[in-house]
Design a protein around this ligand. Structure first.
Ligand code: PNS
Length: 162
């Protein structure tokens, strides 16, 4: 397949409107986009890998050039295996920049042919993070404007099971 393939890696625990906004932007910019969920995150995730895959699949069902995958090990090794050209990451605020720059430079050192492309989500989503979504929901706050409906429903089932 020709065209530029990009990888959007992350933990997505869970997917937020900010992530989805970035996926939409990435799907318009690149010919194909793979959203790749890291399997071996150090922190204990709230959602299993299967649940995160299912939520991402449901939320991106209408995007023809977007697919969902999982990976373990080094990101650059996965990107190489997929023959992708770029890594997509989101920067919400200056506070993201230091960590993202460090990762981008390290990934470039590991594999100079792969470019990291940074996009900013819509302003309305600049303050959303998966960590805050979980915290707000666990304390009974509304996350309706922060995550897609499929994620809100899964959060309800997971955190407040009947
Ligand atoms: O959504 P996150 O948790 O900010 O995503 C971080 C992620 C998955 C992009 C990063 O932890 C990663 O790439 N992990 C894979 C291991 C790796 O390649 N580490 C070296 C990065 S320089």
């Amino acid at each position: 397949m020709s065209g530029i393939l990009a990888i959007y890696p992350g933990s997505f625990d869970p997917l937020t409107h900010g992530h989805l906004d970035l996926i939409e932007r990435g799907s318009r910019l690149f010919d194909r986009l793979i959203v790749a969920i890291l399997t071996n995150i150090e922190k204990q995730p709230l959602f299993s890998l299967e649940e995160r895959v299912a939520m991402l699949r449901a939320a991106t069902a209408g995007m023809a050039n977007v697919s969902i995958d999982t990976f373990s090990g080094l990101l650059v090794d996965y990107v190489r295996r997929k023959n992708a050209r770029a890594i997509l990451r989101g920067i919400r605020a200056f506070s993201d920049y230091e960590y993202e720059l460090q990762m981008a430079l390290m990934n470039r050192q590991l594999e100079p042919s792969i470019e990291t492309v940074f996009l900013t989500p819509a302003e309305a989503y600049g303050h959303i993070s998966s960590r805050l979504v979980k915290e707000i929901f666990q304390h009974g706050g509304s996350v309706k404007d922060l995550v897609p409906p499929v994620v809100e429903e899964r959060l309800r089932q997971k955190v407040f099971p009947k």
